[in-house]
Design a protein around this ligand. Structure first.
Ligand code: ADP
Length: 498
């Protein structure tokens, strides 16, 4: 495997790949079929390792382990306080291995090593700590009752065996946003990482064992979506599926749940998020935030500000600044600390993005900068900005999941709101203005799960996010996330026995 190339001729030594097998009931196992698949380094298209290719039989085995751990094991029976201790120990071990985990996500998915080291992996440990803090504070309510002399209370119980299906763009954070609250709630689970980025999930499995999380609580089945993923979605003994990924696959998962055992489903899906830049915004800051919002993590982020609307009074100035600053948005090896953007995750994604760029050119949008692949090795794409994009164009409507920005002009506040909502998605939005009345009006009018005012990606462990419209049906992160893994039981008795 090629070591990481840095500026100045130094190199970053890549970790030995230690974990490539399924993790079931505390053991690393080959797939029942013996099959493996290759995981690819997007810097050069070379094979990093061969990973066990799990399928239905392996999912069955993992569900059996999770079911036994839930029905008979210690995990849901421990006090929240005891679970919290183990989850915190897991977080300690994640923090001790930050560099190793950041390297795995960089080599497997093209994520910048610095981002992994200073953002993704610390946030991953943070999600475990945050949820550990909640594990012993899961309360029901006392019910006063209204029409009868009854007394009652509610219990919040873990939902049972959970299937967590994870995407490839944030392999660590997405793992944590699902696994941490599910663990805190007392659930047991089968996790399927994305086939492009399985390495860190298997490393987390190893750390969970070291931390003393009981066998069967966390099981990992690596493999493909249409086989292992589909087996989870349609499994009769899984009580809940939590999925993050594309809207098309989200629909399939809901269908599979409906036609199997009506398991509960949480979906975190696609987006085409607007950034509205009003006339009174600071132009320099607006350009910085637009670039960050659209190109962060090479545009492979569901909340990317892929539609940027600029009010007509400052449109020309913002365009000029954006083009100037886009030149400094350097693309390079994810281990190079001067790079702001690494390679796209895989060949399929690389080709899909390039085909959207061709659509943009052919449909008559004005290419301001970028517009092509970089080099002849790996999956690098220039940060690309199109202006004069109209609502009938594919690049306006579809989630591209790459470094491609669509730029549009608007006149009035009402028109800005209308444009922002002109999408089937509703995940996030940004508003740049100094006018508090305008900010309040616009933030209440946009149909999206999170609104960033004079910032973008203002994420915090405490902040729930999720989709309006076709962007999903749940909230993750914050205390809301626990609800995805709990169910309410009412206990009722007569107020007087005689
Ligand atoms: P993308 O289109 O961005 O690659 P997907 O939505 O296809 O994202 O993938 C997200 C996760 O869903 C991955 O773990 C993938 O393997 C899984 N997946 C894909 N297809 C299915 C399916 N039919 N059923 C269950 N999981 C699936």
């Amino acid at each position: 495997m090629e070591n990481g190339k840095c500026n100045g001729g130094t190199t970053v030594k890549l970790p030995e790949i230690k974990f490539t097998k399924l993790f079931i009931n505390g053991l690393f196992l080959d797939a029942a079929s013996g099959k493996t698949f290759e995981t690819i380094d997007p810097r050069n298209g070379e094979v990093i390792a061969k990973i066990a290719e799990g399928d239905k039989e392996d999912v069955d085995l993992a569900v059996k382990a999770a079911r036994h751990a839930f029905d008979h094991g210690p995990w849901p029976r421990m006090t929240g306080f005891e679970r919290a201790k183990l989850i915190n120990k897991f977080a300690d071990l994640i923090e001790e291995n930050i560099e190793e985990l950041a390297k795995l996500d960089a080599v497997d998915g093209g994520k910048l090593f610095q981002l992994g080291k200073f953002a993704d992996i610390p946030a991953t440990a943070g999600h475990f700590r945050y949820n550990a803090g909640a594990a012993d504070k899961i309360h029901g309510e006392t019910l006063k009752m209204t029409r009868q002399p009854l007394f009652g209370y509610t219990l919040k119980e873990p939902i049972g065996v959970v299937g967590n299906i994870i995407p490839w763009n944030f392999p660590s954070i997405m793992f944590a946003t699902k696994v941490a609250p599910a663990m805190a709630a007392g659930c047991t689970m089968v996790v399927k990482p994305a086939e492009q980025t399985s390495l860190s999930a298997l490393f987390y499995a190893h750390l969970s064992k070291e931390a003393g999380i009981p066998d069967g609580v966390l099981n990992i089945v690596t493999g493909f979506g249409s086989t292992a993923g589909a087996a989870i979605a349609s499994h009769m003994d899984i009580d809940k599926v939590s999925f993050t990924g594309s809207t098309d696959v989200g629909r399939k998962i809901m269908q599979a749940a409906a036609t199997s055992n009506l398991k509960k489903v949480s979906l975190e899906l696609g987006g085409k998020s607007p950034l509205l830049i009003f006339d009174d915004a600071d132009i320099d800051k607006a350009a910085d935030l637009a670039l960050l919002g659209c190109f962060y993590n090479k545009g492979e982020i569901c909340v990317a500000s892929s539609r940027v609307f600029v009010q007509e009074g400052i449109y020309d100035k913002v365009v000029e600044k954006l083009v100037e600053k886009a030149k400094d948005w350097t693309v390079g090896d994810p281990f190079d600390s001067t790079a702001k953007q690494g390679p796209q995750v895989d060949k399929r994604q690389f080709e899909k993005i390039l085909s959207y760029i061709e659509h943009g050119k052919n449909e008559g949008a004005t290419l301001l900068t970028g517009g092509k692949a970089i080099g002849d090795k790996g999956y690098f794409i220039e940060p690309t900005i199109f202006a004069d994009v109209t609502e009938d164009m594919k690049i306006y409507q579809d989630e591209i999941f790459g470094p491609v920005m669509s730029l549009m002009k608007f006149k009035t506040v009402e028109e800005g709101i209308k444009c922002a909502n002109n999408t089937k998605y509703g995940l996030a939005a940004g508003i740049l203005s100094q006018n508090i009345d305008l900010i309040n009006t616009v933030s209440r009018s946009i149909k999206a799960g999170i609104i960033w005012v004079n910032c973008y990606f203002g994420f915090d462990l405490d902040c729930p996010y999720g989709g309006y419209k076709m962007s999903g049906n749940c909230r993750e992160s914050g205390m809301d996330a626990l609800d995805n893994f709990l169910q309410t039981k009412s206990v009722v008795m007569p107020l007087h026995n005689s």
